[in-house]
Design a protein around this ligand. Structure first.
Ligand code: ZN
Ligand code: ZN
Length: 209
């Protein structure tokens, strides 16, 4: 799904995508959640796009009902997760220019003299990044190619970075008994009570002559 940057009006653009409504949304989310989001489960991405010249800021969130397996008790459960999206995108061509200049040693060569505005553009870029970093450390940086934003890769990037990797059905999950395997949330076992003398403990005392 591509958006031309000039289609982002001055006062921003709000977009909502639902897994159930668009095939590309379903494909992108299911893939990015790496098996945690069942096809057809409720999942929605809401985005707000702002543009200042060629710099685009994307904020919003993905809300998805995931099907998870508890790491401790191995029960499956559902949980709604909210993935924040905060990205600051600049044209890839601006990065190429600054990379090339760095590769040349950064010294004022004939290339720099021929186009002094590039050096200015780069320092402006660096300054903008710094100020944005200090404003919000959660902001991610990225680039876009040509004049189009690829919404699929914006969503994928945010989800892959923020999707849960530790799963607990409840904060106080007791897990499984490491001895008998019983689910300690539902049942109690006696494995750990048996620090009392084992019925056959006496056998250990017998020494054969
Ligand atoms: Zn559990
Ligand atoms: Zn047990």
């Amino acid at each position: 799904m591509k958006i031309h940057i000039h289609d982002i009006p001055e006062d921003g653009l709000d977009l909502v995508f639902r897994q159930a409504n668009q095939a590309w949304v379903a494909r992108t989310l299911v893939e990015a959640f790496d098996g945690l989001l069942p096809t057809g489960a409720p999942a929605e991405a809401s985005l707000r796009l702002f543009r200042s010249d060629t710099t685009v800021t994307v904020t919003g969130e993905v809300v998805a009902e995931l099907q998870l397996t508890c790491d401790a008790c191995l029960e499956s459960y559902q949980e709604e997760v909210v993935i924040p999206i905060q990205q600051y995108l600049i044209p890839a061509s601006a990065m190429d220019t600054s990379d090339r200049k760095v590769a040349r040693g950064g010294a004022a060569g004939p290339y720099d003299q021929a186009s002094p505005s590039l050096a200015g553009a780069r320092s402006k870029l660096v300054a903008e990044r710094r100020s944005l970093r200090s404003q919000d450390d959660d902001m991610q940086f990225g680039t876009y190619h040509g004049k189009y934003l690829e919404l699929d890769s914006i969503l994928r990037g945010a989800i892959v970075l923020e999707r849960p990797i530790v799963f607990h059905c409840q904060e106080s999950c007791r897990g499984l008994c490491d001895h008998c395997g019983i689910n300690l949330n539902r049942e109690r076992c006696r494995c750990h009570e048996e620090s009392a003398p084992h019925p056959f403990a006496a056998l250990k005392q017998i020494t054969l002559k």
